[in-house]
Write a protein that binds this ligand. Structure first.
Ligand code: GDP
Length: 435
């Protein structure tokens, strides 16, 4: 989907605005169970168009005395990652030096830029907002109030209308698309080179910038698959790869393009916060996941290390632990084909449809064993289960009083599904509906 980035100096109200954009969406779509909300990344929907919103401010130091350098990085990142940029300024503060600095960069950008004047809560301020035309960012600005929402509708009408037509490459349906994602230097390129036998550093000279993700098809080792490669543009990147917190943002587009994400971590570093963030980003997008623990060749092994490492990973990624973990080395090529094979399996798990009769047999027995607890003296009866015809596995359980069923019971049902069918590496959704 399209990506919209929010930029602007601290305290202009970016996060209030961000919340407003993603919250309306939250009400419609249930979040995948157990994935905590990301403060800086979310999905939104307007005029039937779904898009991702990134609050780039959340990824940099957000204090009043923020350096211009930080803002520059934030903006460079937004330019690189987003299709559309919303530049938020504050009508109360007037034009500041930082606003000026950001404008100077954005004026030269070829992507659509929307100047959003925030905190316009009354008519008086609508007039004051006009001051920001002086920034020279085109002949239209958007006075809004992130607080009460006024003006955001008109803004979004224009934003979604400005989305570039995504230049879809011919991607054949039914062939899995894999993305290798992870922090810088975990070994992503090494792995892809080892797997494909191609040094991708020499194949990534792309003319133009419209194609941000490149699907390259491979037929190797008996498997037919695409690799989603967003590295081409990285090489030209102005933002340095070693800035840790940007690695999450950099993964967004690749993750969205993929069916299954191969989330790579560095065995010598253990599981770090950004690894978990990238993992969660994949889950939030309801993608299949395989965890690759790379550089395993550097580890001193005894009989327990795999077990210990697995336990540590589970602690960090809980509650969603039904994920295949491959201990591998891109350098010695240990288990790199295994990684590919397991990714194909996860793709199949994700695509499977469980027969309704089997599903009912298994789950109604589980319900009979542990029925949902009665609430306010009312008994809850679950009568029928079906897998919905959605692109990612979703199950609907029909009950007389679905509103009384609580999260722990939902988790029980999810576990039963996982125990009886193979959804390893796949986020699933469970809904309770009125029979
Ligand atoms: P990327 O930024 O994730 O694409 O990481 P690279 O593939 O560029 O690898 C970063 C560094 O780790 C390079 O110096 C690689 O040679 C090294 N490296 C990658 N995979 C392995 C591995 O399995 N074992 C060892 N020992 N080094 C590795």
């Amino acid at each position: 989907s399209n990506i919209v980035a929010i930029v602007g100096r601290p305290n202009v109200g970016k996060s209030t605005f961000f919340n407003r954009l993603v919250e309306s969406r939250q009400a419609i779509v249930n979040e995948t169970a157990g994935v905590t909300r990301d403060r800086n990344y979310g999905k939104s929907l307007w005029n039937g168009k779904e898009f991702s919103v990134i609050d780039t401010g959340g990824y940099v130091v957000n204090s009043d005395d923020v350096f211009e350098g930080e803002i520059r990085k934030q903006v460079a990142l937004a330019i690189e990652e987003a299709d559309v940029i919303m530049f938020v300024v504050d009508v109360e503060g007037g034009i500041t030096d930082l606003d000026q600095a950001v404008s100077n960069i954005l004026r030269r950008v070829e992507k659509p830029v929307f100047l959003v004047v925030n905190k316009v809560d009354n008519n008086q301020r609508v007039m004051e907002a006009n001051e920001f035309y002086a920034l020279g960012l085109g002949d239209k600005l958007y006075p809004i109030s992130g607080m009460n929402g006024s003006g955001t509708g008109d803004l979004l009408d224009d934003v979604v209308a400005a989305f570039p037509k995504i230049e879809r490459e011919e991607v054949e349906e039914g062939i899995p698309r894999f993305a290798v994602v992870g922090r810088p230097n975990v070994g992503k390129s090494s792995f892809i080179n080892a797997l494909t036998g191609v040094d991708r550093n020499i194949v990534t000279d792309i003319a133009g910038t419209t194609r941000d993700a490149i699907n390259t098809r491979y037929n190797k080792y008996g498997h037919d698959f695409y690799l989603v490669d967003t590295a081409g543009l990285r090489k030209k990147a102005k933002v340095r790869e070693d800035v840790e917190f940007y690695s999450v943002l950099r993964s967004v587009r690749a993750i969205e393009e993929a069916d299954v994400c191969l989330v790579m971590i560095d065995a010598t570093r253990g599981v770090e916060a950004q690894d978990v963030n990238i993992f969660n980003l994949a889950l939030r997008n309801k993608k299949g996941v395989v965890l690759l623990v790379n550089k395993w060749d550097l580890m001193e092994k005894d009989n327990y290390s795999v077990k210990q490492f697995t336990e540590t990973i589970h602690e960090r990624i809980a509650p969603f632990t039904d994920v295949p973990i491959i201990f591998m080395s891109a350098m010695t090529k240990q288990r790199i084909f295994k990684a590919l094979e397991v990714a194909v399996e996860v793709y199949q798990n994700k695509s499977q449809r469980v027969k309704t009769s089997t599903l009912n047999e298994v789950l109604l027995a589980a319900v009979e064993k542990y029925p949902p607890p009665a609430l306010k003296g009312k008994f809850i009866k679950i009568k029928y289960v079906t897998q919905l015809p959605s692109p990612t596995p979703s199950f609907a359980l029909f009950a007389n009083l679905p509103q009384y069923i609580k999260d722990p019971y939902k988790r029980y049902i999810e576990n039963q599904i996982r125990e009886n069918f193979n959804f390893s590496g796949v986020p699933i959704q469970v809904f309770f509906r009125k029979k």
